[in-house]
Design a protein around this ligand. Structure first.
Ligand code: UDP
Ligand code: MG
Length: 155
């Protein structure tokens, strides 16, 4: 049986600048992922040190942080069976030119630093990242009439 999961997505400043917020959110909605949290976040230096701690030693770390602070980002928590891996599939691989056609990164972007989206990469990091950016009061549990058609029993 599949596991119901929540996962964190950030729509990066390039998605905002290029008017792709609606298109990206539409793709998540069409896949059947349920939006349980949604807000603007103004990322800080400290938040990014924590969020990208696996990349601190990389030469692009400073420019990555600068990039992420240019505008607010849209933070989303999405829910569904196997949501973490399903979202990574919809998003596509880190390098948009290696991502599969039909994924968001392949369809709308051309280079690694401006690949439009962050999405948690494992169930463990999803739990940590949802907590990092959303309080319990900002997460909403609600029923949609389509839930049983889209989720069924999770098979
Ligand atoms: N990144 C970059 N240059 C690189 C590798 C990564 O600018 O050579 C940026 C890129 O925006 C990427 C983010 O750092 O999305 C986080 O890297 P990660 O390896 O975690 O990729 P992701 O999980 O976003 O696919
Ligand atoms: Mg990552």
């Amino acid at each position: 049986m599949a596991e119901k999961q929540q996962t964190l997505v950030l729509l990066k400043p390039d998605a905002l600048q290029r008017d792709l917020l609606g298109e990206i959110i539409r793709r998540f909605e069409m896949k059947g992922l349920k939006i349980v949290g949604l807000k603007f976040i103004r990322l800080t230096d400290e938040m990014l040190d924590e969020h990208y701690s696996h990349l601190t030693a990389k030469p692009f770390f400073a420019s990555l942080k600068q990039f992420m602070m240019q505008t607010p980002v849209v933070g989303m928590v999405l829910e569904g069976f196997d949501a973490v891996s399903e979202i990574r599939k919809v998003v596509g691989s880190t390098n948009p030119r290696e991502a599969d056609a039909g994924t968001i990164r392949a369809d709308f972007s051309m280079n690694v630093p401006s690949n439009l989206i962050h999405a948690s990469d494992s169930p463990e990091s999803a739990v940590t990242e949802v907590k990092r950016f959303f309080s319990d009061a900002e997460l909403f549990d609600y029923e949609k009439i389509t839930d049983r058609f889209i989720f069924g029993e999770g098979i």
